[in-house]
Write a protein that binds this ligand. Structure first.
Ligand SMILES: *Cc1c(COP(=O)(O)O)cnc(C)c1O
Length: 222
Protein backbone atom coordinates (compact mmCIF):
# COMPACT_ATOMS: atom_id res chain seq x y z
CA UNK A 1 0.00 0.00 0.00
CA UNK A 2 1.23 3.48 -0.85
CA UNK A 3 1.35 6.43 1.53
CA UNK A 4 -1.70 7.88 -0.24
CA UNK A 5 -3.61 4.60 0.06
CA UNK A 6 -2.85 4.42 3.77
CA UNK A 7 -3.96 7.99 4.40
CA UNK A 8 -7.15 7.51 2.41
CA UNK A 9 -7.92 4.28 4.26
CA UNK A 10 -7.40 5.83 7.70
CA UNK A 11 -9.39 8.95 6.79
CA UNK A 12 -12.21 6.68 5.59
CA UNK A 13 -12.11 4.84 8.93
CA UNK A 14 -12.25 8.14 10.82
CA UNK A 15 -15.11 9.56 8.77
CA UNK A 16 -18.21 9.68 10.93
CA UNK A 17 -16.20 9.60 14.16
CA UNK A 18 -15.08 12.60 16.24
CA UNK A 19 -11.43 12.02 15.30
CA UNK A 20 -9.12 13.53 12.71
CA UNK A 21 -5.69 12.41 11.59
CA UNK A 22 -2.34 13.88 12.52
CA UNK A 23 0.28 12.25 10.28
CA UNK A 24 3.46 11.59 12.27
CA UNK A 25 6.30 12.43 9.90
CA UNK A 26 9.29 12.24 12.26
CA UNK A 27 12.48 10.81 10.74
CA UNK A 28 11.00 10.81 7.22
CA UNK A 29 12.42 12.93 4.39
CA UNK A 30 10.53 15.88 2.93
CA UNK A 31 9.66 13.94 -0.25
CA UNK A 32 7.49 11.59 1.81
CA UNK A 33 5.82 14.51 3.56
CA UNK A 34 5.04 15.92 0.10
CA UNK A 35 3.44 12.62 -0.81
CA UNK A 36 1.31 12.75 2.32
CA UNK A 37 0.39 16.37 1.54
CA UNK A 38 -0.64 15.42 -2.00
CA UNK A 39 -2.90 12.74 -0.48
CA UNK A 40 -4.68 15.47 1.49
CA UNK A 41 -2.85 15.39 4.84
CA UNK A 42 -2.57 18.81 6.46
CA UNK A 43 -1.72 18.00 10.08
CA UNK A 44 1.88 16.85 10.52
CA UNK A 45 3.41 15.74 13.83
CA UNK A 46 7.13 15.87 14.54
CA UNK A 47 8.91 15.09 17.78
CA UNK A 48 12.14 17.05 17.35
CA UNK A 49 12.07 20.86 17.18
CA UNK A 50 15.12 21.18 14.90
CA UNK A 51 13.82 18.59 12.47
CA UNK A 52 10.43 20.28 12.31
CA UNK A 53 11.99 23.73 11.82
CA UNK A 54 14.12 22.39 8.96
CA UNK A 55 11.18 20.76 7.16
CA UNK A 56 8.60 23.52 7.64
CA UNK A 57 9.87 25.97 4.97
CA UNK A 58 9.93 23.16 2.41
CA UNK A 59 6.20 22.37 2.71
CA UNK A 60 3.19 24.52 1.75
CA UNK A 61 2.11 27.17 4.23
CA UNK A 62 -1.23 25.55 5.07
CA UNK A 63 0.36 22.62 6.91
CA UNK A 64 -0.59 22.50 10.61
CA UNK A 65 2.63 21.63 12.42
CA UNK A 66 2.17 19.80 15.72
CA UNK A 67 5.03 19.15 18.08
CA UNK A 68 4.44 15.79 19.78
CA UNK A 69 7.78 15.27 21.55
CA UNK A 70 9.31 16.74 24.65
CA UNK A 71 10.16 20.42 24.28
CA UNK A 72 12.94 22.17 26.14
CA UNK A 73 12.29 25.84 26.84
CA UNK A 74 15.37 26.92 24.87
CA UNK A 75 13.87 25.40 21.68
CA UNK A 76 10.54 27.24 21.82
CA UNK A 77 11.94 30.22 19.94
CA UNK A 78 12.74 28.02 16.94
CA UNK A 79 9.12 26.93 16.58
CA UNK A 80 7.23 30.04 17.64
CA UNK A 81 7.06 31.65 14.15
CA UNK A 82 5.05 28.79 12.66
CA UNK A 83 4.04 25.96 15.03
CA UNK A 84 0.27 25.39 15.19
CA UNK A 85 -0.01 23.20 18.29
CA UNK A 86 2.42 22.01 20.93
CA UNK A 87 0.93 18.74 22.15
CA UNK A 88 3.55 18.06 24.80
CA UNK A 89 3.03 20.75 27.43
CA UNK A 90 4.10 19.43 30.80
CA UNK A 91 4.93 22.50 32.90
CA UNK A 92 3.95 26.06 33.70
CA UNK A 93 7.47 27.11 32.82
CA UNK A 94 7.00 25.78 29.28
CA UNK A 95 3.60 27.46 28.95
CA UNK A 96 5.11 30.80 29.96
CA UNK A 97 7.94 30.42 27.47
CA UNK A 98 5.53 29.55 24.65
CA UNK A 99 3.39 32.55 25.58
CA UNK A 100 6.39 34.88 25.49
CA UNK A 101 7.61 33.76 22.07
CA UNK A 102 4.12 33.57 20.57
CA UNK A 103 3.53 37.18 21.66
CA UNK A 104 6.87 38.25 20.16
CA UNK A 105 5.66 36.79 16.85
CA UNK A 106 2.18 38.32 17.16
CA UNK A 107 0.69 34.85 17.18
CA UNK A 108 -1.39 32.60 19.37
CA UNK A 109 -0.05 29.06 19.71
CA UNK A 110 -2.31 26.17 20.67
CA UNK A 111 -1.25 23.74 23.33
CA UNK A 112 -2.34 20.40 24.76
CA UNK A 113 -1.56 19.34 28.31
CA UNK A 114 0.30 16.04 28.15
CA UNK A 115 -0.72 13.50 30.79
CA UNK A 116 1.11 10.46 32.03
CA UNK A 117 -1.30 7.58 31.44
CA UNK A 118 1.04 4.67 30.65
CA UNK A 119 2.29 2.01 33.00
CA UNK A 120 5.88 2.71 31.95
CA UNK A 121 7.71 5.13 34.22
CA UNK A 122 9.68 6.49 31.28
CA UNK A 123 6.73 8.09 29.50
CA UNK A 124 6.43 11.73 30.41
CA UNK A 125 3.47 13.86 31.30
CA UNK A 126 1.54 15.51 34.08
CA UNK A 127 -0.63 14.01 36.78
CA UNK A 128 -4.11 15.47 37.24
CA UNK A 129 -3.14 17.37 40.44
CA UNK A 130 -0.10 18.85 38.68
CA UNK A 131 -2.26 20.05 35.80
CA UNK A 132 -4.81 21.56 38.18
CA UNK A 133 -2.09 23.38 40.04
CA UNK A 134 -1.02 25.00 36.78
CA UNK A 135 -4.57 25.91 35.71
CA UNK A 136 -5.42 27.41 39.10
CA UNK A 137 -2.30 29.58 39.21
CA UNK A 138 -2.29 33.32 38.74
CA UNK A 139 0.68 32.97 36.35
CA UNK A 140 -1.36 30.79 34.04
CA UNK A 141 -4.28 33.22 34.06
CA UNK A 142 -1.99 35.99 32.81
CA UNK A 143 -1.10 34.14 29.61
CA UNK A 144 -2.66 35.57 26.45
CA UNK A 145 -0.71 34.10 23.53
CA UNK A 146 -0.87 30.42 24.32
CA UNK A 147 -4.29 28.79 24.21
CA UNK A 148 -4.96 25.37 25.71
CA UNK A 149 -7.11 23.31 23.37
CA UNK A 150 -7.15 19.97 25.15
CA UNK A 151 -5.14 17.02 26.41
CA UNK A 152 -2.71 14.45 25.02
CA UNK A 153 -1.42 11.10 26.19
CA UNK A 154 0.71 8.17 25.10
CA UNK A 155 -0.61 4.78 26.19
CA UNK A 156 1.46 1.82 27.31
CA UNK A 157 3.15 -0.07 24.47
CA UNK A 158 1.07 -3.22 24.73
CA UNK A 159 -1.51 -5.24 22.83
CA UNK A 160 -3.53 -5.73 26.02
CA UNK A 161 -6.83 -4.18 24.90
CA UNK A 162 -8.31 -3.88 28.37
CA UNK A 163 -5.24 -2.01 29.57
CA UNK A 164 -5.30 0.34 26.57
CA UNK A 165 -9.00 1.05 26.97
CA UNK A 166 -8.50 1.82 30.62
CA UNK A 167 -5.71 4.31 29.85
CA UNK A 168 -7.73 6.01 27.12
CA UNK A 169 -10.72 6.23 29.48
CA UNK A 170 -8.47 7.76 32.11
CA UNK A 171 -7.32 10.49 29.72
CA UNK A 172 -10.85 11.16 28.59
CA UNK A 173 -11.89 11.45 32.23
CA UNK A 174 -9.16 14.03 32.84
CA UNK A 175 -10.37 15.97 29.80
CA UNK A 176 -13.99 15.97 30.96
CA UNK A 177 -13.01 17.05 34.44
CA UNK A 178 -10.79 19.92 33.26
CA UNK A 179 -13.37 21.05 30.74
CA UNK A 180 -16.01 21.34 33.44
CA UNK A 181 -13.77 22.83 36.10
CA UNK A 182 -11.64 25.28 34.07
CA UNK A 183 -12.87 25.61 30.47
CA UNK A 184 -16.66 25.53 30.78
CA UNK A 185 -16.98 28.73 28.76
CA UNK A 186 -14.28 27.90 26.22
CA UNK A 187 -15.48 25.77 23.29
CA UNK A 188 -11.89 25.78 21.98
CA UNK A 189 -10.90 23.31 24.70
CA UNK A 190 -12.04 20.33 22.69
CA UNK A 191 -9.21 17.95 21.79
CA UNK A 192 -8.25 14.57 23.19
CA UNK A 193 -5.10 13.51 21.35
CA UNK A 194 -4.71 9.77 21.82
CA UNK A 195 -4.07 6.75 19.64
CA UNK A 196 -1.12 5.73 17.47
CA UNK A 197 -0.60 3.15 14.69
CA UNK A 198 -1.14 0.16 16.96
CA UNK A 199 -4.06 1.43 18.99
CA UNK A 200 -5.85 4.27 17.21
CA UNK A 201 -9.05 2.27 16.61
CA UNK A 202 -9.44 1.64 20.33
CA UNK A 203 -8.59 5.28 21.07
CA UNK A 204 -11.28 6.49 18.68
CA UNK A 205 -13.80 4.13 20.29
CA UNK A 206 -12.87 5.73 23.64
CA UNK A 207 -13.38 9.29 22.41
CA UNK A 208 -10.16 10.41 20.73
CA UNK A 209 -10.50 13.53 18.58
CA UNK A 210 -6.97 13.43 17.19
CA UNK A 211 -4.97 10.31 16.35
CA UNK A 212 -1.22 10.48 15.78
CA UNK A 213 -0.29 7.89 13.19
CA UNK A 214 3.17 7.30 11.69
CA UNK A 215 4.22 3.74 10.92
CA UNK A 216 0.78 2.62 9.70
CA UNK A 217 1.21 5.22 6.95
CA UNK A 218 4.94 5.23 6.16
CA UNK A 219 5.99 1.76 7.33
CA UNK A 220 8.35 1.19 10.23
CA UNK A 221 10.99 3.82 10.96
CA UNK A 222 13.68 1.12 11.05
C1 LIG B 1 6.18 8.47 17.12
C2 LIG B 1 4.96 8.92 17.83
C3 LIG B 1 3.67 8.61 17.36
C4 LIG B 1 3.42 7.74 16.14
O1 LIG B 1 3.78 6.42 16.38
P1 LIG B 1 3.42 5.25 15.34
O2 LIG B 1 3.40 4.04 16.18
O3 LIG B 1 4.51 5.25 14.33
O4 LIG B 1 2.11 5.58 14.74
C5 LIG B 1 2.59 9.11 18.06
N1 LIG B 1 2.74 9.86 19.16
C6 LIG B 1 3.95 10.18 19.65
C7 LIG B 1 4.04 11.02 20.87
C8 LIG B 1 5.11 9.71 19.00
O5 LIG B 1 6.31 10.03 19.51
Amino acid sequence: MSIADNIHRINAELAGTAARLCVVTKTHPVELLEEAYAAGARCFGENRPQEMAAKQPQLPADVEWHLIGQLQTNKVKLLAPFVHTIQSIDSLKLLKEIDKHAAANNRVINGLLQFHIAQEETKSGLSLPEAEEILASEDYRQLRSVRLTGVMGVATFTDNEARLRQEFQQLRGYFEHLKTAYFATEPGFCDISMGMSGDYRLAVAEGSTLVRVGSAIFGSRG
